[in-house]
Design a protein around this ligand. Structure first.
Ligand code: 3PG
Length: 221
């Protein structure tokens, strides 16, 4: 049974709701806490509010805290969650969902216990089955382009007709439409909404434009 799809987290949010909120989940890498709030506001202004802040920098948790505190219109989640400890730290910082590059039962269990909706990463059929065993049917397909792209997702429609995917990795505004046209894709993930140079320069208007363009993408799933 798809526990994580039906069982709401603390805030009543499910993994599927995270995926269905907008066509794109931005994958965000922040090196300065001061950038977190204006970046989140810029994305929200463009119509994107589910924000994946990756735990790849020393300030990531502080950035999640700042967004959770100061940008109530945004829903900050933690990306690059690789352990139960990462999931706990993310929840403590106020993350409302978690995204992991792969799936382990330890991460799945921790997120279930924390009531933290999880989008676990999968790249093979066996990984889809492992995530399913953990109760997860709303999955990140990662790295999407390197793992077979649109053709792989089409092949999975047969055996995994009840699974919904968020392809991430090598996805951009140029190819997002192909993914979003698939019935088993609810959204895509990508870093293209938050270019490092725009963040460094504080070019929030550019990020709002990229978010607006992403929010307008059409989807079938
Ligand atoms: C990541 O985890 O870095 C994401 O897959 C982003 O990939 P992208 O930079 O190709 O969008």
């Amino acid at each position: 049974m798809a526990i994580a799809d039906t069982m709401p987290g603390d805030g009543g949010l499910t993994s599927l709701q995270v995926m269905r909120d907008a066509p794109v989940i931005p994958v965000i890498v922040l090196s300065q806490v001061a950038h977190a709030v204006p970046l989140a506001r810029a994305l929200v202004a463009g119509g994107i509010r589910m924000l994946e802040v990756t735990l790849r920098t020393p300030v990531a948790l502080a950035c999640i805290e700042a967004i959770a505190r100061d940008v109530p219109e945004a829903v900050a989640g933690a990306g690059t969650v690789r352990s139960a400890g990462d999931a706990q730290a993310a929840a403590m910082a106020g993350a409302k969902f978690a995204v992991s590059p792969g799936y382990t039962h330890a991460v799945g269990k921790a997120c279930r216990e924390l009531g933290l909706p999880l989008l676990p990463g999968v790249a093979t059929a066996s990984e889809v089955m492992a995530a399913q065993e953990g109760g997860y049917l709303a999955l990140k397909f990662f790295p999407a382009m390197q793992s077979g792209g649109v053709a792989m997702l089409k092949a999975w429609q047969g055996p995994f007709g009840d699974v919904t995917f968020c392809p991430t990795g090598g996805v951009s505004v140029a190819n997002a439409g192909e993914f979003l046209g698939l019935a088993n894709v609810a959204c895509v993930g990508g870093s293209w909404l938050t270019p490092a140079d725009a963040v460094a320069q504080g070019d929030w208007a550019r990020i709002t434009r990229l978010a607006r363009e992403a929010a307008a993408l059409m989807r079938a799933g």
